[in-house]
Design a protein around this ligand. Structure first.
Ligand SMILES: *Cc1c(COP(=O)(O)O)cnc(C)c1O
Length: 354
């Protein structure tokens, strides 16, 4: 076996997906399974589909192409605003995309006409998190323009919360989407099919019964893959968290002082390190570093261990209170969404389905 290695417990991910599909469907909400966290790895995506998910979303066109090449036929959406330079591929490989720029939507329309397709457009609305989306007052005009384009189908509205500004979902900000849909239906005499009103962070509002009625889709990644909700800093009720584990190999164990010796300059990433002198400690180095992983997002499975820090290729762990750690030992970690993203993307990290 090669280390570092991420082991993925596929049954647990299937459980999470199935639980969330059931929970959301009780509230007439469909789940779009978001696959970017695992780079759209085939077995994981298949587990989502087996659990009852009918639509997938990914932020990278490369991941969407690889899903298609693995014979996935369900609807797949690009959930990052398309780059103008990738519009031809987006139309070719994705059924729809989230959008906020009329120039991009025009380009999608033109390309769809050329390819003989109808590309579905979900217009993103910024209800306060200040990442992507048109401001609410600009939505009606924008929809008018989209309806005039022959190659695209206006499918509905979407919003994203909790990701950039950390803004929590509320009745008020999800209601903005529902009200706008009502305005669109009145003004243009069309049905707004999809109101894609949230992600993992919005599940909490749904549990509390505070979601504006009318929202009918959540795009969910984190709660399926890890059972966590970083925005609300919690475990998602009904889901399992031990879905993945990172296994790393120890390359050095020595008792050393807990504070470095000599004049302190800057570390390998330009920061000035600060140390607390706790006396001598038993320190293990594992072969994993910042090139592979967002190490702040790791937590040792063994609670007697503590991560001290790391550099590009080394992670230091305080193992003073841990037994049987020697060169060649395997130390296991749980990971945050950010750590998972980086580990799954690194070609230096093995992945194994269990
Ligand atoms: C990543 C992403 C999601 C999924 O968010 P989770 O918090 O992982 O559920 C939903 N929508 C968009 C636009 C995203 O980029």
């Amino acid at each position: 076996m090669n280390y570092p290695l991420v082991e993925i417990y596929i049954e647990k991910i299937r459980h999470n997906a199935g639980y969330l599909v059931d929970f959301c469907s009780k509230h007439n909400i469909e789940v779009m399974g978001v696959s970017k966290g695992v780079c759209a790895m085939t077995p994981v995506v298949n587990a989502m589909l087996q659990a009852g998910i009918k639509k997938l979303g990914d932020s990278r066109i490369q991941n969407i192409i690889s899903m298609r090449q693995n014979s996935l036929n369900c609807p797949i959406y690009l959930i990052r605003i398309p780059m103008l330079s990738e519009v031809a591929e987006v139309v070719r490989w994705a059924d729809g995309s989230l959008n906020s720029e009329i120039d991009v939507i025009k380009a999608l329309s033109q390309e769809s006409v050329i390819q003989g397709k109808k590309h579905r457009v979900i217009l993103m609305v910024d209800v306060g998190d200040l990442r992507e989306g048109v401001m609410p007052e600009d939505v009606l005009d924008m929809v008018g323009k989209i309806l005039g384009l022959p190659g695209v189908e206006f499918e509905g509205l979407g919003t994203n919360l909790g990701c950039y500004g950390g803004i929590l979902a509320s009745y008020e900000n999800t209601k903005v989407l529902v009200d706008l849909a009502g305005d669109i239906e009145k003004r243009y005499g069309i049905k707004v099919k999809t109101l894609s009103g949230g992600n993992t962070a919005t599940l909490k509002l749904l549990e509390k019964g505070g979601l504006a009625p009318g929202i009918n889709q959540f795009r969910i990644g984190e709660a399926i893959l890890l059972g966590t909700d970083v925005t609300n800093f919690r475990k998602v009720p009904g889901t399992l968290q031990d879905t993945m584990v990172l296994k790393t190999e120890v390359i050095e164990v020595k008792v050393k002082p807990s504070s470095p010796i000599g004049e302190i300059g800057r570390d390998a990433f330009g920061n000035i390190p600060v140390f607390v002198d706790k006396g001598p400690m038993k320190r293990a180095i594992v072969a994993l570093g910042k090139q592979d992983c967002r190490i702040e997002g790791l937590t040792p499975v063994d609670e007697t261990m503590e991560i001290l820090g790391g550099s590009s290729d080394h992670l230091l762990v305080d193992v003073t209170n841990s037994r049987n750690i020697q060169v060649g030992s395997i130390i296991q970690f749980r990971m945050s969404y950010g750590a998972m993203l980086s580990l799954m993307t690194s070609e230096y990290v093995g992945k194994k389905i269990v």
